[in-house]
Design a protein around this ligand. Structure first.
Ligand SMILES: Nc1nc2c(ncn2[C@@H]2O[C@H](COP(=O)(O)OP(=O)(O)OP(=O)(O)O)[C@@H](O)[C@H]2O)c(=O)[nH]1
Ligand SMILES: [Mg+2]
Ligand SMILES: [Zn+2]
Length: 376
């Protein structure tokens, strides 16, 4: 057995007919359930179709990653060229090709979507998840609710081209629901669902975001009820949940790892640790889409370079005065624009530094090889 293969256990049982024989696999192909689509199939060469099997990354740990494919669950060691570049290494949701016989990971397939943020306290990007279809931005009906943060998540989600829904949990603990709906009036294209995440019936409307073959990511701060939602949607205690602090309603960071869970009669659900900060980079298009209303107003300003402060004929300021645009939203747009510009530049610089370092390293190695072969 290959070193990279530590355990294998089937996750999806094929249907068995009344005659005791396996039903044809086509209708419920395990790969299709995991989100395998023509977009990924088309990336395989003829040789790869013969010699490799695709597997989905379900969880990433320091020294090994958990994957699932047609043969069930396996564990692959984090080792080899695929894992050399920290900003490029496989993340949860990725599709990998394993060599059929040795189970060695050969390459990662191109992604249909990718979430990343600036790694906390670093000049590097941190990958959050790949190949996600839909996102529940989870907040709760308490101190956690913060529109500017919702807009931050939206920029990330729109950049990845995913469908988003805002879920406000703990609706059973706060009856002041209208105030949340009023606060969200500037976000008409964002569906909002208020739920008691502990109640399976209450979360049922969210099932449309995690149909078989789809991947749904739950994103939000610690303690808002992401793992609780996962368990209610799955109808089983798949993830641990924790209490929240009495004084400020903040969570206790119960979930420690990002992981995908297959839910019965549905798709895959990504549970993730609560994010303390979500610093944005490389999301210019997502940001423009999140604030499309402000861009549309800006196009009507008298001056093309209007800063929307005190210029005459400013359509943005006029909208604020007539109460059709929230001043907070304009402030947040400005703040996020500055942040995205700064962080995108930082990432480009650090990529250039890494490239230069890599070139220097390769040139030192080739000199050493040339010297060695000259000596022989
Ligand atoms: N009453 C009520 N309690 C909820 C609801 N959603 C979550 N909770 C409780 O809130 C606490 C935190 O829930 P978790 O599901 O662990 O929160 P989380 O978002 O996964 O938190 P992290 O894993 O720390 O990121 C638990 O005690 C849940 O029982 C809800 O809608 N209503
Ligand atoms: Mg959790
Ligand atoms: Zn203006």
């Amino acid at each position: 057995m290959s070193k990279s293969l530590i355990s294998r256990r089937p996750v999806f049982r094929r249907g068995v007919s009344s005659s005791g024989q396996e039903k044809p696999a086509a209708a419920e192909s395990p790969l299709r359930k995991l989100g395998w689509k023509p977009f990924f199939q088309q990336q395989l060469s003829l040789d790869e179709l013969n010699d490799c099997v695709p597997v989905k990354v379900m969880a990433v740990h320091r020294s090994q990653i958990e994957v699932t494919g047609e043969a069930g669950d396996e564990v692959v060691l984090v080792h080899g060229p695929l894992f050399d570049d920290a900003s490029e290494r496989p993340t949860v949701g990725d599709w990998l090709l394993l060599e059929r016989a040795s189970r060695k990971p050969l390459r990662r397939l191109e992604r249909s979507s990718l979430f990343k943020r600036m790694a906390p306290g670093a000049r590097q990007a941190q990958l959050i998840a790949a190949n996600v279809d839909n996102v529940l931005i989870v907040s709760s009906c308490n101190h956690d609710f913060n529109l500017s943060r919702v807009e931050r998540y939206l920029a990330l989600v729109k950049e990845a081209g995913c469908r988003a829904c805002l879920v406000l949990t703990k609706a059973d603990l706060d009856q002041n629901h209208d105030s949340y709906r009023t606060a969200l009036k500037g976000h008409r294209d964002l569906p909002v669902v208020l739920v008691n995440a502990l109640d399976a019936e209450s979360v049922a409307p969210l099932r449309e975001y995690c149909r078989s073959g789809e991947t749904l990511a739950l994103l939000g701060s610690s303690g808002v009820g992401k793992s609780t939602l996962l368990n209610s949607l799955a109808g089983a205690e798949l993830a641990a949940t924790g209490g929240i602090r009495e004084d400020d309603s903040k969570g206790r960071h119960t979930t420690r790892h990002r992981a995908l869970y297959a839910i019965p009669d549905g798709g895959l659900l990504l549970d993730s640790p609560g994010m303390r900060e979500l610093r944005l980079a490389d999301v210019q298009d997502g940001l423009a889409a999140t604030f499309a209303d402000i861009s549309a107003l800006a196009a009507k300003c008298r001056f093309a370079d209007c800063a929307h402060e005190s210029e005459p004929g400013c359509a943005v300021q006029a909208a604020i005065e007539s109460d059709t645009l929230d001043e907070r939203r304009l402030r947040n747009w400005r703040k996020l624009e500055r942040e995205v510009r700064r962080n995108t530049r930082t990432l480009a610089e650090s990529r250039a530094d890494d490239k230069a370092l890599g070139q220097m390293y390769r040139s030192v190695q080739s000199h050493a090889r040339a010297r060695k072969s000259g000596e022989e």
